[in-house]
Design a protein around this ligand. Structure first.
Ligand code: PAF
Length: 282
């Protein structure tokens, strides 16, 4: 069965739809994605349906946030499958711009955030990533002009960076964080999980388990740096190549200074050719 969900391939159609809804006094929510949708994305849409009258989902694999040796060329894509899923969860419009629409010839602007974007986590390993994300997300916010925008806590640093951008630039869109959706094994849902082999899939939930162990230790008053170092060691022993396991201030993503701060453990590690990221509250 094909999907009949309305789909805009160009900006004029997106704008006129959202304008009509606003004229009718309807509240709108935006769910920016790169497609290959899983239940984590669909949860963003479900939350959007709860808080707004109309939900727009964008699907655009943004070349600016990929490094030269990353997986841009093989990033999973399934537009027709995505449209069916979006229709089933009650999205109202899918916006699928092409590269020319987003980055026409002569495009020469970059939106660059500091603060949480230079916390020494993802930015340390993917130096181009956040400028690419903030540039495309700022464009999508301006293009759609929605009241709300939904982002998953799974990409916790990304959520912090986008929230910072919205505050700093007075963008009139309210950011709505949505909790990470996990497989029954505990593995955080992610489009890149599709790259994992059967044996890697069995091993992958250890990332979440080790973060839970570290969080438990810290909650119990154990030393923070030792707890995360032990998690990294255990993961390495299991066959992960660990980029980082860190405990940070949950708001600024700075190093933790005192005992009374709200904390978050953030981790990134490779299993074979797949890079997994995850985070949990302490
Ligand atoms: O989280 C993602 O899928 C992407 O980084 C986003 C926010 C859609 C920007 O391309």
């Amino acid at each position: 069965m094909t999907s009949s969900i309305a789909t805009a391939f160009d900006l004029d159609i997106l704008r006129s739809r959202v304008r009509d809804w606003k004229t009718e006094g309807l509240r709108t929510a935006l769910v920016p994605t790169m497609g290959a949708l899983h239940d984590g994305h669909l949860e963003l849409v479900r939350r959007g349906v709860q808080i707004a009258d109309r939900v727009v989902v964008t699907i655009f694999v943004n070349p600016k946030q990929f490094g030269a040796n990353e997986d841009l060329d093989k990033y999973p894509q399934d537009i027709s499958g995505d449209r069916k899923k979006l229709e089933a969860v009650g999205a109202d419009l899918v916006y699928v711009p092409n590269n020319r629409e987003m980055y026409p010839e002569g495009f020469s602007s970059v939106v660059s955030v500091k603060g949480p974007a230079v916390a020494g986590l993802e930015d340390k390993f993917r130096p181009q990533f956040f400028d690419g994300v903030t540039t495309v997300v700022a464009k999508l916010f301006n293009q759609a002009g929605c009241d709300y925008a939904m982002f998953g806590e799974k990409d916790f640093q990304q959520l912090a960076v986008i929230s910072q951008m919205v505050r700093d630039l007075n963008i009139p869109t309210t950011i709505v964080p949505v909790e990470t959706v996990r497989e029954p094994s505990g593995l955080a849902m992610a489009s890149r999980n599709a790259y994992l082999s059967k044996s890697e899939l069995q091993l992958a939930p250890a990332l979440y388990k080790q973060m839970q162990v570290a969080a438990e230790t810290i909650r119990g008053g154990g030393p923070r740096s030792k707890a995360v170092a032990l998690a990294a060691k255990a993961l390495t022993k299991l066959g992960f190549k660990v980029d980082y396991v860190e405990v940070r201030n949950a708001h600024t993503l700075d190093e933790v200074q005192g005992e009374n701060e709200q904390m978050r453990i953030l981790a990134a590690a490779w299993l074979g050719k797949t890079r997994l990221i995850d985070n949990i509250g302490v």
